[in-house]
Write a protein that binds this ligand. Structure first.
Ligand SMILES: O=C(O)CCC(=O)C(=O)O
Ligand SMILES: [Fe+2]
Length: 419
């Protein structure tokens, strides 16, 4: 028998969510009561189905990323940029049945570039009022990724997904093993969720065993993926208005059983910080292995220089160059690297200890203490990662510009007496 996914119809308190799902890192489906006040639930549906005309009229100008679910592109699907209006037109004409709008940063697109005072015309027109189309449920507010990105970048991890029945998202683990939560504004999805202990069963056999997981769990070649038949995913259907919590490091695949419109976030906090930290370390290892020949080249060049006059300078330069190359590739591949990771931690810790730091209240209001674990827990989690990082053989802390300053800020805050 397949393991079952927990369901909760009543709205959980933060403490219940922390104790029963966040800390044990297990999935749960939460009933529609959690999001009943969202304006998206009222305005984006008509008679229980998606109101494409309304969505196209209000958000049609928006540029969206569209995945073609019939065209595989390595571990993802082929993607292109389109106007949302054009995608809706295709769907309404009975075409585009393989097109799936993904990772649409709609909330950020509608926000003013630098705070609510500068809200452009589009923002109020598209929102229909200043009311946001949804607000993050309290249990998901302790989110270091979106807090940091809101305050320091023009990017975020807040998405809208929209696609017809049959579109899907192939098997994957979220970026650096972050959590996800995803609410179906309309439609039904099927989820396959694999606990981290089963991750080794998902890989292709052979030399590159750790590079590639199965693509589509509905069609896995048993010769190529011999472990897969032993995997026992949690399989669950998510209905309209329901929210799923996807735990850290769980691989998952998603199929739209009907036309679907959903809102989701990737997120992290002190609870999954160690998992994110280890995922970063693993990514760096993987990139270093892939770039082994570049390393050889740099080494050889520096040995030549060593034979000349400036030997100490050459060795230091070689290490710095190598670390920079690796970190650049890590960032290109997954969107962030050690500097992003530690700046995010510094931002979260600053807010925790009440140290001044930039905040975009309109995008990501500061999370009250009652919606986070106790400060001692947070300090402990950060300390453990920082201690490990400072012992790394690669010494990124010395070789990446600005990183030692970020780490010493963090250490200062960890050492400061608690009020
Ligand atoms: O809804 C989908 O198609 C994918 C969502 C997903 O992978 C996530 O929320 O992590
Ligand atoms: Fe995901």
């Amino acid at each position: 028998m397949e393991p079952r996914c927990a369901r909760q119809e009543t709205v959980l308190s933060y403490q219940e969510f922390l104790d029963n799902y966040l800390l044990p890192n297990i999935p749960v489906i939460l009933g529609p009561a959690l999001v009943q006040d969202w304006s998206a639930i009222r305005k984006w549906r008509r008679d229980g189905t998606i109101d494409w005309d309304h969505l196209s009229a209000v958000y049609g100008d928006s540029e969206v990323t569209v995945a073609n679910c019939s065209t595989r592109d390595f571990s993802d699907q082929q993607r292109e940029l389109m106007l949302f209006r054009d995608v809706v037109s295709l769907w309404q004409s009975g075409a585009g049945e393989d097109l799936y709008v993904k990772d649409w940063h709609l909330a950020r697109q509608l926000a003013a570039p630098s705070g609510p005072a500068l809200a452009p015309e589009l923002s109020s027109r598209a929102q229909g009022s200043s009311e946001p189309f949804y607000t993050t449920p309290a249990i998901f507010r302790d989110d270091w990724m979106n807090a940091y990105y809101a305050a320091h970048t023009a990017d975020d991890f807040r998405f809208v997904y929209a696609g017809p029945a049959g579109t899907f998202t192939p098997l994957h683990r979220d970026v650096y093993a972050s959590y996800s939560w995803s609410t179906n504004v309309a439609g039904r999805k099927r989820w396959w969720l694999f606990p981290p202990v089963q991750t080794p069963l998902l890989f292709r056999k052979g030399r590159e065993a750790h590079a590639e997981v199965a693509f589509d769990v509905r069609d896995v070649d048993p010769e190529e993926f011999p472990g897969f038949k032993h995997a026992r995913p949690v399989i669950v259907e998510q209905g309209p208005g329901e929210t799923i919590f996807v735990p850290s490091g769980w691989h998952h695949q998603v199929e739209n059983l009907t036309n679907c419109l959903s809102i989701n976030h990737n997120w992290c906090n002190s609870v999954n910080l160690p998992t994110l930290y280890r995922a970063m370390c693993a990514k760096v290892d993987e990139v270093e292995q892939a770039l082994e020949d570049v390393r050889e080249l740099l080494l050889r060049t520096s040995a030549d220089a060593e034979a000349g006059a400036d030997s100490i300078g050459a060795i230091a330069g070689w290490r710095r160059e190598w670390t920079t190359i690796v970190q650049d590739v890590v960032e290109k591949d997954a969107g962030w690297h050690w500097t992003t990771f530690w700046k995010m931690v510094r931002h979260a810790l600053s807010l925790e200890v009440g140290r001044p730091c930039p905040v975009r209240e309109d995008l990501w209001p500061v999370t009250p203490d009652v919606l986070t674990p106790p400060i001692e827990f947070i300090r402990m989690r950060i300390q453990a990662c920082a201690d490990d990082f400072l012992k790394r053989e690669q010494r990124e802390v010395d070789h990446v510009a600005g990183l030692s300053e970020v780490l010493s800020d963090i250490q200062d805050m960890l050492r400061a007496p608690q009020e």
